[in-house]
Design a protein. Structure first.
Length: 217
């Protein structure tokens, strides 16, 4: 049989300045004081060392125990993901009080675990669908990777100078500028001439271009 591992958290935001109430409840539930982890941080704060150490300490067969459900997750998504991860690792979960007491040792608790797992799967599927839709939309607009490439005036100048030289390796230049080949050619021609998108980045009109070309040469 596994161990009971406790986690508790307080923050100034919710007015709970002391851990005594949570600690007493966890010990009364059978948690060894040496197996209780704690944080003094907001529930929305990402870097909670106590929770990270707690999640690393629990092993298959153990039961993670908290005073209330809101002590664990920084938001609903994080809560669902954390509980789903516990389920996948064969770790039990117990909430001692609040409107939603949970104990995976009971039929109701197992049902709640199943609901959390379903919500996590639903969230993963939504993220997958949004990502695919975003990539398709980006490709339809001529973008690569779903994110609009950033082309600055400095990058245009460097691309213009590099493309005008013999021996320039386009792939290496794109890597250096952190842009796609398509983005490069949309701004600068293979001979180093500015294209409309490149002129827009530099704030140059077609009337000004001949004079600028003579100056650069």
């Amino acid at each position: 049989m596994g161990e009971l591992v406790g986690y508790m958290r307080v923050s100034k935001a919710d007015g709970s300045q002391t851990l005594d109430l949570q600690r007493d409840a966890l010990i009364a539930a059978g948690v060894n004081p040496a197996m209780i982890y704690q944080d003094f941080a907001s529930g929305k704060k990402d870097d909670r060392a106590g929770l990270e150490n707690c999640l690393k300490a629990v092993r298959p067969g153990d039961t993670l125990t908290v005073w209330k459900l809101d002590r664990l997750g920084r938001d609903l998504r994080h809560l669902v993901t954390t509980v789903d991860d516990l389920s996948r690792r064969d770790i039990g979960f117990r909430v001692l009080s609040g409107q939603t007491p949970i104990d995976t040792g009971s039929a109701q608790g197992k049902l709640m675990f199943g609901i959390f797992a379903s919500l996590a799967e639903f969230e993963r599927e939504l993220i997958r669908e949004r990502t695919i839709a975003g990539l398709r939309s980006a490709r339809a607009r001529g973008r690569v990777g779903g994110r609009k490439p950033t082309m600055t005036s400095a990058k245009v100048r460097l691309a213009q100078a590099s493309m005008g030289k013999q021996g320039t390796v386009v792939a290496d230049l794109c890597t250096e500028l952190k842009i796609s080949r398509q983005t490069l050619y949309r701004h600068v021609s293979p001979t180093g001439d500015l294209r409309p998108d490149g002129m827009r980045v530099l704030g140059i009109t077609e009337i000004e271009l001949p004079a600028l070309t003579r100056k650069l040469s």
